[in-house]
Design a protein around this ligand. Structure first.
Ligand SMILES: Nc1ncnc2c1ncn2[C@@H]1O[C@H](COP(=O)(O)OP(=O)(O)O)[C@@H](O)[C@H]1O
Ligand SMILES: [Mg+2]
Length: 252
């Protein structure tokens, strides 16, 4: 009981090599970092730097070629498929660039259906209604995706990800398809969700506006972590550009 709490995520000396035929790509190389419970992390880096590969390992959607991945006190890289499914259902919410909603269903049905194997439909729909209202879609919950804007569809994706009250929300370029003002709305929602639930966030993004709401930035380049010193400097730079009230008394 008196032990210090373990980090929520620990990635230890992880490498991921994709092989096809004679060629192989080292998507991730010797990655080690941890994330504390309640932190918001922005995972940055250019296209092809390994962000999605890394998120997939943390989400238990893929396995490292070598190294260990621990999430919520459990080593997940060597779990069997059914244990992994149970882990994801219990601990994780996933948000992607495109929410891939089912076109024949309403927003509410799209939210509820994700957890039908685990909970009763009536409870899921009642929780789904609450969540859709909390993301500003009270009057849209019976609309099919075709009658929602891109930003509204992403809100549905967010509500769906939150339905299981996850400990960890993983978002892969969640605002990649959205304009700046819709991105801002989604970021405000994420901030509110964080405050209300204490959920830990890991968001892969290219967008400095998204990264500016994170507590910490982890940067990948060519499958490797950039040194933390540079992360911090970059984070400070981003914060200065996003907060126009800076007093200009920094080191540079
Ligand atoms: N399933 C795969 N098979 C082969 N190569 C892959 C696969 N997934 C990713 N890669 C390669 O791994 C590298 C990192 O990709 P990715 O993780 O998608 O980067 P990012 O999300 O930062 O754009 C790229 O060179 C990509 O082509
Ligand atoms: Mg990606």
């Amino acid at each position: 009981m008196s032990e210090p709490p373990a980090p929520l995520i620990q990635v230890i000396r992880v490498t991921r090599v994709f092989k096809s035929g004679d060629s192989s790509v080292e998507a991730l190389c010797d990655i080690t970092f941890s994330v504390e419970s309640g932190e918001a992390i922005a995972l940055m880096g250019p296209s092809g730097s390994g962000k999605t590969s890394l998120l997939n390992l943390i989400a238990g959607l893929d396995r490292p070629t070598s190294g260990e991945v621990w999430v919520c006190g459990q080593r997940i890289d060597n779990l069997g498929e059914s244990a992994l499914t149970a882990f994801r259902a219990k601990a994780l919410g996933l948000v992607f660039q495109e929410p891939y909603l089912l076109p024949g269903l309403t927003a509410l049905e799209n939210v509820a259906i994700a957890r039908l194997p685990w909970e009763a439909r009536r409870e899921l729909e009642s929780k789904g209604r609450e969540l859709l209202a909390s993301v500003g879609l009270k009057d849209r919950m019976h609309h099919p995706p075709g009658r929602l804007s891109a930003g509204e569809r992403q809100r549905v994706g967010l509500a769906r990800a939150l339905l299981g009250s996850p400990t960890l929300l993983i978002a892969d370029e969640p605002t990649g398809n959205l304009d700046a003002s819709t991105t801002h709305e989604i970021l405000e929602l994420l901030q509110g969700i964080r405050q209300k639930t204490g959920v830990t966030l890991v968001i892969a993004t290219h967008d400095a506006a998204v990264a500016a709401v994170a507590d910490r930035i982890i940067t990948l380049a060519g499958g490797r972590l950039e040194p933390p010193g540079r992360d911090q400097a970059r984070a400070a730079g981003l914060l200065r550009t996003s907060q126009q009230t800076s007093h200009g008394d920094g080191a540079d």
